[in-house]
Design a binder for this molecule. Sequence first.
Ligand code: CA
Length: 453
Amino acid sequence: MPYPIDETHDPSLRSWVDSANDPDTDFPIQNLPLCAFRVDGGRPGRVGTRIGDQLLDLAMVEDLLGTPTLLHHGEDRLFESGLSGLLRQPRLAWSNVRRTLVRLLTDRAQAEKLRPALLPECDAQLLLTHPVGDYTDFYASVYHATNVGSMFRPDNALLPNYKWLPVGYHGRASSIVPSGTPITRPRGQQSPADDGGSPTFAPCKMLDYELEIGVIIARGNDLGRPIPMSEAEHHILGLCLLNDWSARDVQKWEYQPLGPFLAKNFATTVSPYIVTMEALAPFRAPAMERPPGDPQPLGHLDCPANRSAGGFDITLEVHLASSQMRDRGLGPVRLSKGNFRDMYWTVAQMIAHHTSNGCNLQPGDLLGSGTVSGPTRDSRGCLLELTWDGDPFAHPPLIKPGSARTPIALPTGETRTFLQDGDEVTIKGYCQRSGFRRIGFGQCRGVITPAHP
Ligand code: CA
């Protein structure tokens, strides 16, 4: 594999940043995710890594260590202008920086020198890690696709292309927002009633989240030159959490024949940290084993390394707190718990397919995985599925029309079929494996605010 397990994953490593040694932290020294932040309205776009409850300013580390340092790559300073310096580098630049940072952050003799580059995370405002040029969203969970397909096409849930290629659409980069940004309920056209008449234009009544993983592209490819499966992972910097907010009533009316448009492009929230491919090395998993009778992927979407370790073992949870719950001091309720290893298509297959016609990916591009749903009801990654009464994976399968729904009960006595104003949705993700330190992704959070009058 391009990202081996090495001394930076040793579970016995301890940092002189004490909070990194807390067994429950998402950010032990084995993680070191990338982020961008600012303090008190100061210079935006400082690049940091998270260690325990602290941020380490990487440009300041370059300064404190003097030139040349191991944080440089050749003559280049990697972190003085956001992430763009790192994104331009050959793929092993971060592997080298990571090894250096692990040495510096475990060596007590460095503590005095480096402390000025640390600040508490709670004193910083976390930003988008970088300007995203292009954003593509996939549909790679067969469980999600089957559930949603069964609601609207009971006899024909999966279209014939689904098991041959990772379906996707080009999304909108301008409305990608960092975790914590309020989400304004969109307005949109909604279907006419069944007896005909005109559509209405009104605030969305079926507002939903979609639990997804985001993939950050590092190196791109030249226009006209596809990325083969065997090289696809060399082009990834890392992963984040992503919420593809969705207006289901708008989607239902607009999606044919060209796919999602205004139902999806009003906001996409991403978590503040890029958990790098290096940090994820111990948590790889085989690609999903295709059930008997399913076709094997065509040659350009297949390779042995992908079959054996193309997946990621990432546990993903969605939590909801209504404004009434928060006012009464009640904690959020967990709506679902799933795992990213349940995807039908891997990230490498998404990249190989995306570029198979010569389309060029560019540094900093974002790919969404599509809603991460699993085979059980409590692993469904959006309310459209969670509150639906059907279950095509039950024995025997239970198919019900899309309108057959049971709302979710909240501890205040409120119920939810879709999101209400004031609702706060939080996605969490983490990796655990015996013999390794647990690492986490932090949070991807947003509160719904009322539609503009
Ligand atoms: Ca989506």
